[in-house]
Design a protein. Structure first.
Length: 431
């Protein structure tokens, strides 16, 4: 929004707020033209928007730099006309901005220990990095929110749980990320200094909106507020990785490892980094370290198998797939077609088998996966059709499109640059 429009919005807000307060018998002076920006800051339970479930909108350069929430003029007008808690408004100054903010606060009557326990339980479920744990995390955070609707940490955890829904494909992307963003913004509305809320917003900006700069700023803000937050270091490392800053990404993850040297979540993040660097021996090493900490880790064996395939070791690839299948109750015999397909056509034979299966069960294979399979068999036209579909749906796994080795067979095609451009990414010259 240009500066002149922001100024006009500020003038409008002052005028409407003063009229409303005057009619309510609550005279207050809101100094006009104090700054070139005037933004509504919702500090607590969101009195301006909660009852009517109005969408909170963000000016990105404000939210990532100052942790400020803004409300569209239409939402503000409806809220002010609604009366209630919004009639008590004061102006405060911070960081060179002037805000109009509701003064009323929510005072919880629930025991803090119970809310904290629910939030810790939710975080534990998320750290398991399993699709089966996501519903448990959602339930825990929602229970915490129900006990204390003004608990910023509970809303922040709920936002990350909604992000996990999308990443594990247990909910539609658009639905999950709308809920995630709403929860993250509510957390910031209640406590702008909540590091977990900034981390949650960074996750939404990264995985859903592909706003790389805003995600970085939000995560830097989170770490400024709490330098001990492991999740922020890991997520910041992921953002840097997606942008091709692989060494910087590893440095961020090492800070997380210093904080939690025995975390399987942190160890697995290193396997992921070395996978994107095409350092497959190191990826195998860190995946095995992850399994040493958590033998039932839901993704470590997948990365082991992928690394072995990249190294041309089909037997170990198959062995890891068998172990992974057994962990999930799949009989070994079900993998025999994979062995036969590889014996006939190698990696392309496997990809052809997967494409054939997808043609019979299209709903079981996301467009992103189909793009990789079609690229493996050399059908680049079909591969790019599916990749475009994945971009249209804003598949969160595509954040690594510029660096991940599974896309290498498409990089030489000019259409790949166009796909990167749609996402605001640049080539990283990976081999």
């Amino acid at each position: 929004m240009p500066g002149s429009e922001r100024y006009q919005f500020g003038e409008f807000l002052l005028e409407v707020a003063e009229r409303r307060l005057s009619r309510a018998g609550q005279p207050i002076r809101l100094a006009p033209k104090a700054h070139d920006v005037l933004i509504v800051l919702l500090r607590r339970a969101g009195g301006l928007v909660r009852k009517r479930e109005l969408l909170v909108q963000v000016w990105p350069e404000a939210i990532v730099e100052e942790g400020i929430l803004a409300v569209h003029i239409s939402a503000l007008r409806k809220a002010l006309n609604g009366g209630g808690a919004t009639q008590y408004i004061e102006t405060v100054s911070r960081s060179g901005y002037r805000f109009a903010a509701p003064v009323t606060e929510w005072h919880s009557t629930q025991p803090a220990a119970e809310i904290t326990e629910l939030c810790n339980r939710g975080r534990g479920h998320l750290r398991a990095a399993s699709m089966y744990e996501v519903p448990k995390a959602l339930a825990a955070f929602r229970a915490a929110v129900a006990l204390d609707p003004a608990c910023a940490a509970a809303h922040a955890g709920l936002a990350l749980a909604c992000c996990a829904q999308a990443q594990f494909r247990v909910a539609p992307f658009s639905e999950a990320y709308v809920q995630a963003k709403t929860a993250a913004l509510r957390a910031l509305a209640m406590d702008p200094s909540c590091a977990a809320a900034q981390t949650a917003l960074g996750a939404v900006l990264f995985f859903s909106e592909w706003d790389w700069l805003a995600a970085e700023r939000s995560l830097r803000r989170a770490l400024d507020l709490d330098p001990q937050q492991t999740e922020a270091y890991l997520l910041y490392g992921q953002v840097l990785e997606a942008l091709g800053k692989l060494d910087s990404a590893l440095a961020m993850k090492r800070k997380a490892l210093e904080l939690e040297p025995h975390s399987s979540l942190v160890h697995f993040s290193f396997a992921f980094s070395y996978w994107n660097q095409r350092c497959y021996d190191e990826a195998i090493d860190w995946a095995n370290k992850t399994l040493a900490l958590d033998p039932a880790h839901p993704h470590a064996r997948e990365f082991l198998a992928g690394a072995y395939m990249k190294k041309g070791d089909f037997q170990r690839w198959l062995d890891e797939n068998v172990a992974h299948a057994q962990l999930h109750g799949v009989p070994t015999a079900a993998l025999e077609p994979l062995r036969e397909a590889y014996a006939i056509g190698g990696r392309a034979g496997l990809a052809k088998l997967f494409v054939e299966r997808a043609s019979r069960q299209p709903a079981a294979f996301p467009p992103m996966q189909l793009a990789i399979y079609y690229a493996e068999i050399g059908d680049l036209d079909s591969a790019f059709q599916h990749l475009e579909r994945a971009i249209d749906s804003r598949d969160p796994s595509l954040v690594y499109l510029a660096v991940a080795p599974q896309w290498d067979s498409l990089r030489a095609d000019p259409r790949f640059l166009q796909c990167l451009g749609r996402m605001g990414l640049i080539p990283t010259h990976q081999n």
